[in-house]
Design a protein around this ligand. Structure first.
Ligand code: UD1
Length: 460
């Protein structure tokens, strides 16, 4: 989390020079000759309907939640994503048997063979650390490596650890591994009052899961309000947990001894939906999308309307975005829900690059989540960056270029920019995109975009 800097005069800010990534000096892993790239021929008009997949961030938490019961769980609406596969790999090392049939994931959690998750897998995906809560609750002990940093920031876990300690766990960090065990003789955690210094999504989820099987009542104050927290609470309640207040800043959990099987459908992905909303806006096209929960998109809808995009709610689960000819710049500050989501910041910055005037984007949630600035500038954008503040001055037209994705949402922003750019854009680093977007090329091609994945050599 970062504090918002005093903006002062926008023109003074942006003296910091940011160099785009030198494509000729990239590490071999990024530039492997046959690593696929996405080639996008810009300026195609889009029209039609985009189906929205299940929410990645929900599903990762739901999968961790499945560990709470020995009766397993069925999760529906599960997209085909690298992150879901990674979480599956981790659960399988713990002894979970997983079978997948289309968008239905069956998790047989009857026989957990270890309480210890391997570093090679946890280090690849921070969300896997959240399983520490459910493992500890179910088995009385857990060993999970610290997730470490990632492209968008240091991402510490002290809020998770302190909360688990409040719940009566002894937690020791030894050689990068978090060892936790319940200190009470019966191996159960003990209900407690926990105040989170910051409404961390992951910490709220970890502690809520841990508290479902604790002895007594737990109150989590300053809890995260994100819809994915509610989805996880709904799964836990479907498994027999007693939870009140999910979606508010105070969550109360009355511990129970055992949870049971549940058949549960994940909510639609609000970040994927927002990504397609921006794709419609930047190409000045009309796209409808469903299923969505419009209330989860309030911040995105409101910014689009301020910019001059029309957003129509067609039904309780469908919206249509109608692009316009004249867009005006807006300021954006990322905040915990219901504020503007950090996961939508990069995509909206791509849109701001073609709006009239100056828009100031302030990233307050993750300290290093503005690496797409340099790549958007490579495409002709005019963005100046200082610390966590980017000043975007609109240009009439982006131009296609080879660009490198640096994280998941940055990759989506580059694809969106490529859709609007003049000529061809080649997006590299697609392993980021594949973490969180199910069949994105197919979905875009079906509404008229011109793009394809290839391993052909790229023009540098
Ligand atoms: C989740 C989402 C991620 C989203 C983020 C914020 C998943 C799998 N990921 O990540 O897509 O961008 O919420 O909406 O759901 N922090 C600490 N100490 C902690 C925990 C967090 O300082 O113990 C900091 C983080 O470094 C970050 C901020 O709090 O700066 C927000 O992090 P958090 O809400 O925990 O995000 P995640 O749960 O990791």
């Amino acid at each position: 989390m970062q504090s918002t800097m005093d903006l002062g005069n926008a023109s003074q800010i942006a003296s910091q020079i940011i160099e785009p990534i030198d494509l000729t000096t990239l590490e071999s892993s990024e530039m492997e000759l046959n690593a696929p790239v996405l080639r996008i021929i810009g300026k195609a008009k889009l029209s039609g309907h985009v189906p929205i997949s299940g929410a990645k961030n929900s599903i990762l938490a739901l999968m961790a939640g499945s560990l709470l019961s020995s009766e397993g769980c069925r999760i529906r609406n599960v997209p085909n994503l690298a992150d879901v596969q990674r979480m599956s790999d981790i659960l399988e090392t713990l002894g979970v048997k997983i079978s997948r049939n289309g968008e239905v994931l069956d998790l047989d959690t009857s026989n957990l063979t270890t309480n210890s998750a391997p570093y090679e897998l946890v280090s690849k995906m921070r969300a896997s650390f959240f399983a520490v809560g459910s493992l500890l609750a179910r088995l009385g002990s857990a060993k999970i490596p610290l997730p470490g940093g990632c492209a968008i920031g240091a991402r510490p876990v002290e809020l998770h650890v302190r909360g688990l300690q409040s719940l009566g766990a002894f937690v020791q960090i030894d050689h990068g591994i978090v060892h936790a065990h319940a200190m009470s003789p019966n191996g159960r955690l003990q209900g407690a009052k926990i105040y989170l210094d910051y409404p961390s999504v992951g910490a709220t989820e970890t502690l809520m899961m841990a508290a479902t099987l604790a002895d007594g009542q737990t109150m989590i104050e300053n809890a995260a309000l994100e819809p994915e927290v509610i989805d996880l609470a709904d799964l836990c309640m479907a498994m027999g947990a007693k939870i009140r207040g999910a979606g508010t800043s105070t969550i109360i959990i009355d511990g129970v001894e055992k949870l049971h099987f549940a058949d549960f459908t994940a909510i639609p992905d609000r970040v994927e939906a927002a990504t397609f909303m921006v794709a419609a806006a930047i190409t000045r096209s009309t796209l409808s999308m469903s299923p969505v929960i419009p209330a989860h998109l309030t911040a995105a809808i409101s910014k689009l309307q301020d910019i001059g995009v029309t957003v129509r709610q067609d039904s309780d689960n469908m919206i249509t975005v109608i692009g316009g000819d004249n867009y005006r710049a807006v300021d954006i500050e990322t905040l915990p829900y219901p504020g503007f989501p950090t996961d939508m910041q990069a995509q909206f910055m791509a849109l701001l690059t073609i709006c009239d005037g100056n828009g100031v984007v302030t990233e307050t949630v993750f300290e290093n989540r503005l690496q797409h600035v340099a790549e958007l500038n490579r495409m002709g954008a005019n963005i100046r960056l200082k610390n966590n503040v980017a000043v975007v001055t609109g240009v009439p037209q982006l131009s296609g270029a080879p660009v490198m994705a640096t994280d998941l949402r940055a990759s989506a922003a580059l694809v969106i920019a490529g859709l609007a750019a003049d000529g061809e854009t080649t997006v590299m680093g697609l392993h980021h995109l594949d973490r969180g977007y199910d069949r994105i090329e197919e979905k875009l091609r079906n509404v008229g975009a011109k793009l394809y994945r290839t391993t052909e050599a790229i023009p540098v």
